[in-house]
Ligand binder design. Structure first.
Ligand code: NDP
Ligand code: OXD
Length: 310
């Protein structure tokens, strides 16, 4: 028997995903009809990106799951027509991309690379950079990505802590949790990395009060989601030198509007939502594995807790 797999994303995604999905689904021993156009009442699985035109799930009466191509689910989790299990994207390439972005941008600031790259010829000012051992990093969010980044940074020697909703134990990482843990986590952060999902509870996690808790001159890195930070509070904290630098990959509105003050602020680095890309060749394996599980009657991987919102 063949399963019907609907691919529902923006049209430019289909050429990238078609071959890897066909290959990985077949490799898992599943016979599938994969297409961008299948009558709703015949669809078994929906491979989905939240920027797809598909926003009404009600007609998908026999579907077994929506398999999200993105890690973040804030644009679908509250959809009132969604009556199906929702799985989000977790894959080793996404995690590796995030480790590289976070580590690279922290090392740039930690080593003061910009001063040497932009120095006038002939400048010889031998100020040694601090050591990772003496530098505290705090990761807000200790899920798939946050925990992997925390462990990678600890392996460089950084003194790493993290904060999550529920208590965690991770080798070599000081773990804080719950609303009461946030202040203590921030008070020890020379670098603060945001890897929280965007939910009602996490909006403005960094605001005027919490930014003031961080050591003076601390750096903020946000590869999570724009709403995690109160933009005006961050700009004010940068202007008073409370925050030394902000490296931002995600924004409340994307692309970041051309007149947004972040673009021209001397202490802000912007990357255009590239921290960790979902790459078709790798993510197709996650999708195929969940289809295999659905057909074998096994539990789906990476299911979203609709009530928690992530
Ligand atoms: P996970 O769901 O695996 O982890 C989320 C973490 O946030 C968990 O540790 C969770 O706690 C914690 N958390 C959630 N709510 C709260 C809260 N109210 N208070 C404290 N901690 C909280 O997500 P991922 O690690 O896979 O991804 C994180 C985010 O990264 C995504 O949601 C997405 O927005 C962003 N992202 C950005 C990309 C980019 O290119 N810029 C690429 C991919 C993802 P607990 O462990 O207790 O559940
Ligand atoms: C994601 C992202 O959520 O790319 O996967 O931000």
């Amino acid at each position: 028997m063949s399963v019907n797999v609907l691919f529902a994303a923006q049209s430019d995604a289909w050429p990238k995903y078609e071959a890897p999905l066909r290959r990985e689904i077949a490799a898992d021993g599943i016979k599938a009809h994969l297409d961008t156009d299948i009558p709703a009442d015949q669809v078994d699985y929906i491979v989905y990106a939240p920027n797809s035109d598909l926003q009404d799930f009600a007609p998908y009466t026999r579907a077994k799951a929506v398999l999200n191509l993105w890690a973040g689910v804030e644009a679908i989790v509250g959809n009132p027509t969604l009556h199906l299990p929702l799985a989000r994207m977790v894959d080793p390439a996404l995690t590796q991309g995030m480790i590289e972005w976070v580590t690279g941008h922290i090392l740039r600031l930690h080593l003061g690379m910009d001063a040497h790259i932009t120095a006038a010829p002939g400048t010889w000012e031998p100020v040694p950079p601090p050591l990772a051992f003496d530098t505290r990093v705090t990761i807000l969010g200790l899920g798939e990505l946050g925990a992997a980044c925390a462990t990678a940074l600890a392996s460089f020697g950084f003194d790493v802590a993290g904060w999550s909703r529920t208590p965690k134990e991770i080798d070599g990482i000081t773990c804080f949790s719950g609303p009461d843990g946030l202040d203590a986590a921030l008070e020890r952060s020379d670098f603060c990395v945001l890897l929280l999902p965007s939910t009602a509870q996490t909006e403005n996690t960094l605001n005027a009060r919490t930014l003031a808790l961080m050591p003076k001159g601390a750096c903020v890195l946000n590869p999570g989601r724009g709403p995690l930070i109160d933009d005006d509070a961050l700009l004010a904290a940068l202007d008073t030198d409370q925050i030394g630098h902000a490296t931002l990959d995600v924004f409340r509105i994307e692309p970041l509007p051309k007149d947004h003050p972040f673009w021209t602020h001397p202490k802000v680095t912007i990357t255009p939502h590239v921290a960790a890309e979902t790459r078709a060749a790798y993510s197709a394996k996650t999708i195929a594995e969940n289809i295999r599980r659905g057909e074998a009657g096994e539990p789906f991987l990476h299911l979203v807790d609709r009530r928690a919102g992530y």
